[in-house]
Design a protein around this ligand. Structure first.
Ligand SMILES: N[C@@H](CCC(=O)N[C@@H](CS)C(=O)NCC(=O)O)C(=O)O
Length: 219
């Protein structure tokens, strides 16, 4: 069976799949597209016109959470809890992380303080909720590394750009989130889940958009 991931270099949703693939040491090919100028073949195969898309031989899978569950299921399935309720809750938190990624994107691309503050406040509220949900770790569900960890890790990678100068995680008030994020960022599968030029591309997109948080960084 051949697995071929269609990616955009700074997309955190694709990054979730790359982390899972690398964590499970699954062979895959990757093709990067430009979302500002998507090729016709991509628009043809991607029902929502979004990445990630995973080609499994000639079949098409889309949606990062679905792709990750599939990758896990074909390789032993240990990244989802066995108990149905625990598994459902894990899926719900993965959806929560997707909402956070949306707020993170809107925050980083905000052109003015008002909009920036609005999404930052939402994100901080969500991080505080995660703080209450976390136990003693080391992972989201305690001892067992799971798809919730691979789903949240891209958020923490984005939060760590520019040496953490744009971080919204306050270690004092969010000690568990902070420690969990550091632990995830230290994993080789997370470290190697982005291209070498990730930070340059990420910051360039913010600059092109007139991002308020970059302006704060320069001030
Ligand atoms: N719910 C989707 C979200 C994927 C998504 O938003 N991808 C973005 C890039 S990070 C995209 O392809 N955007 C293109 C568009 O919206 O036109 C998932 O989890 O896979």
């Amino acid at each position: 069976m051949s697995l071929h991931l269609i990616s955009f270099k700074t997309c955190p949703f694709v990054q979730r799949a790359v982390i899972t693939l690398k964590h499970k040491k699954i062979d895959f090919d990757i093709t990067y597209i430009d979302l500002a100028n998507p090729p016709g073949w991509f628009l043809e195969i991607s029902p929502l016109q979004k990445v990630p898309v995973l080609k499994v031989d000639d079949e098409i899978l889309f949606e990062s959470a679905v792709i990750n569950e599939y990758l896990d299921e074909i390789t032993g399935g240990e990244l989802q809890p066995r108990d149905p309720l625990a598994r459902a809750k894990n899926r719900a938190w993965i959806e929560f992380a997707s909402d956070m990624l949306g707020n993170f994107y809107r925050m980083k691309m905000s052109k003015d303080k008002e909009r920036y503050d609005k999404y930052r406040d939402r994100l901080v509220g969500q991080l505080q909720r995660v703080e209450k949900r976390l136990g003693d770790g080391p992972w989201f569900n305690g001892e067992d590394f799971s798809l919730a960890d691979t789903a949240f890790a891209p958020l923490f990678r984005q939060n760590s750009v520019a040496g953490g100068k744009l971080s919204v995680i306050d270690p004092e008030s969010m000690p568990k989130v902070s420690a969990w994020a550091e632990r995830l960022l230290a994993l080789p599968e997370v470290r190697d889940s982005v291209v070498d030029e990730f930070e340059d591309l990420y910051l360039a997109a913010m600059e092109k958009n007139g991002s308020y948080s970059l302006y704060r960084l320069a001030a």
